[in-house]
Design a protein around this ligand. Structure first.
Ligand SMILES: *[C@@H]1O[C@H](CO)[C@@H](O)[C@H](O)[C@H]1NC(C)=O
Ligand SMILES: *[C@@H]1O[C@H](CO)[C@@H](O)[C@H](O)[C@H]1NC(C)=O
Length: 624
């Protein structure tokens, strides 16, 4: 049972990927992206360009700006919007055909990987004469897509039955598709970047993750300079961001802050003023006048990365609150995210950081980031508790009841004494970690992640467990089997939930954990499951080979027939006790290694950047 639970945890982590547009979007070309998400208006960065290739047409979807896209749906249509012709799906790896009336009359993507350019071969229906327009929906990302992008019309005439002629509007032989210029991969994050020029000298800079301004590799950063009686805010974010924002706050938390945000819009960037909600409805709705007191001076998208310079009045009244940049001190909150809502930015899933202290914005000395000590301690405590002490304690209670027989610690059986020590440690660490995280956040977590709710349930289960154990009925009494069963199920439920909660922790922005932590957790699950399997097997063999009733498995004293007291023979160990002790030693060593590795990663987070540079330093480059 236990093994099945643990395997299903691992399995549940594997998520299926979306695979293209469903046929219901045939006529409208409107993808169902979460209901309320509307297509982008305005110019799209993508072009649909048909050209001749023998008896066929090759349609190219690409962005002259080199902005990759994730999804598409393409059709050939008459000016009356009838879907015609046929795509040759074998001409494209990244797509599969759809049937919107006739087979293969439409084509859509296979996976949401970034695509720079797609070429697909299309043939007109037999004997067709007239114009054809290629109509497409292209999704840059899940929440950013353009519907109904049309190509220039191609005129199809027939020479023979199977020999169509094509004429293109501008160039008779069809235009060549625009050259795709691949995005430059940044070789060195510390290369010259004018954004960081003058930080702490002429401008106040703050970025996330902490200390990134010095290393010039912020995921998101702001630089403030005084410009006469106004203030210039320069914002910059990494390329996966579609928005970057800076909040002026009276404390180091989100809520009641005036925000200047720069948002990708079509080919360009727009700047808005918004105002943050705090607990519990975190968000940053735009002001009724989203341009209040600001002016976008300059903006660019370089290699996909947003840069903007916004000039802001020194005094603005936002939601009845005066934001006086000259007279007051503010904490800076910097954030960036990869999604937009209809009229506000989405969750800051890429990065978020608050400065530790408020500062006058004209003071250019560097702002230190808010300490993450409590969050780190929370993580370390929970890892030590659930991967470490709980795992060992549960193993002891389950398989070591007839080991070290005849020896006692403080009048208790050895397994029980150690089980109690490990479980009380688990309890203490869990409660401490739970209190720490509430001291730090002072509220329920704002992230859309089940970590908080699962963690709370785990903590409650963990909290009641020793209370139940204290009032346990005596062995042999009628209620003892019920206690055993409850103690076993609550303990295991808490343990499994805790492991699932740890998996979700990896996805929290605040935790700043690298993705490979998932694999360390998977290694733990595998180790745990294998240990349980081996020990269960040993028990079965011991049971068979021995006349004694070995009742090391707690479910066995539920009172089934033929199963009498667990304490029939207290003088000697069950068979294979040396093997069990050896296995326990190995188990503890590996668990210790896993716990130490994870605690180091948590304490030093974010280490993803140093990890990447470590890898590129170790791996030889192809260039040499
Ligand atoms: C292309 O699709 C859009 C969106 O559905 C539609 O408004 C437009 O009329 C279509 N054009 C043609 C030629 O079908
Ligand atoms: C806008 O930015 C570009 C490139 O960073 C720079 O060359 C230009 O001078 C800037 N324009 C203004 C008005 O600051």
């Amino acid at each position: 049972m236990y093994a099945v639970y643990l395997f299903s945890i691992t399995w549940a982590i594997v998520q299926s990927l979306p695979q293209g547009a469903p046929p219901s979007v045939c006529q409208t070309l409107m993808p169902f992206h979460g209901g309320g998400i509307r297509p982008q208006g305005g110019l799209s960065p993508y072009t649909i360009v048909p050209r001749r290739q023998g008896n066929h047409i090759v349609v190219t979807m690409t962005s002259a700006l080199g902005i990759p896209f994730q999804g598409f749906l393409l059709q050939g249509r008459t000016p009356d919007r009838d879907i015609i012709g046929q795509f040759d799906s074998s001409s494209v790896n990244e797509g599969h055909p759809l049937d919107c009336g006739t087979p293969s009359d439409s084509i859509t993507h296979n996976s949401p990987n970034d695509k720079n350019s797609i070429d697909v071969v299309w043939s007109p229906p037999r004997g067709y004469e007239g114009p054809v327009i290629f109509n497409a929906t292209i999704a840059q990302e899940y929440e950013t897509f353009w519907v109904g992008l049309e190509s220039d019309p191609v005129h199809v005439t027939k020479r023979g039955a199977n020999d169509p002629q094509f004429s293109f509007p501008l160039h008779n032989n069809g235009p060549t598709p625009p050259n795709y210029i691949p995005r430059q991969v940044k070789q060195n994050s510390a290369e010259f970047d004018p954004f960081y020029q003058g930080c702490s000298v002429t401008k106040l800079c703050f970025g996330s993750p902490a200390n990134c301004v010095e290393s010039k590799n912020c995921k998101a950063a702001v630089a403030v300079t005084v410009a006469g009686d106004k203030y210039d805010f320069e914002l910059k974010a990494e390329s996966s961001a579609v928005w970057v924002g800076v909040g002026l706050s009276e404390d180091d938390k989100m809520g009641d802050d005036s925000v200047v945000e720069c948002v990708k819009r079509g080919n360009g960037i727009a700047a808005f003023m918004s105002y943050t909600n705090g607990n519990p409805n975190y968000g940053a709705p735009r002001l009724p006048n989203p341009q209040l007191g600001i002016q976008l001076l300059n903006s660019s998208i370089q290699d996909g990365a947003i840069y903007c310079r916004v000039r802001r009045d020194a005094l603005t009244i936002v939601n009845g609150k005066a934001f006086d940049l000259i007279g007051k001190k503010y904490n800076l909150l910097i954030a960036a995210g990869s999604s937009l809502k209809q009229s506000s930015v989405g969750f800051h899933d890429l990065t978020y950081l608050a400065s530790a202290q408020s500062q006058a914005l004209a003071d250019v000395s560097a702002l230190a980031a808010k300490s993450k000590l409590l969050i780190r301690l929370h993580g370390c405590f929970m890892i030590a508790a659930w991967l470490g002490t709980a795992s060992v304690g549960i193993l002891l209670a389950r398989y070591y009841r007839q080991t070290w027989m005849g020896r006692q610690i403080l009048g208790k059986d050895v397994w029980f004494a150690w089980h109690r020590i490990f479980m009380l440690l688990t309890w203490a660490l869990t409660i401490a970690a739970f209190v720490l995280i509430f001291v730090e956040l002072k509220a329920w977590s704002g992230e859309r992640n089940p970590h908080a709710i699962l963690g709370t349930i785990t903590t409650i289960l963990c909290f009641i467990q020793p209370i139940g154990a204290y009032f346990r009925p005596h062995p042999g009494t009628a209620k003892r089997p019920i206690f055993n069963w409850l103690h076993w199920s609550i303990g295991n439920a808490a343990h499994i939930l805790a492991i699932v909660t740890l998996f979700f922790a990896v996805k929290l922005t605040k935790a700043e954990l690298p993705d490979f932590v998932d694999w360390i957790l998977v290694a733990y699950v595998v180790l745990h499951v294998i240990s349980h399997l081996i020990l269960s097997l040993m028990n079965c063999i011991a049971d068979r080979s021995s006349e004694r009733r070995v009742t090391s498995f707690p479910m066995k004293d539920l009172g089934g027939p033929g199963r009498n007291s667990a304490y029939s023979d207290r003088s000697s160990d069950a068979p294979y006790s040396n093997f069990r002790r050896g296995l326990l030693a190995v188990y503890i060593v590996i668990i210790l290694a896993i716990v130490i590795a994870l605690i180091v990663i948590t304490a030093l987070a974010p280490i993803a950047e140093s990890w990447t540079s470590f890898k590129s330093a170790v791996a030889p480059t192809n260039a040499n």
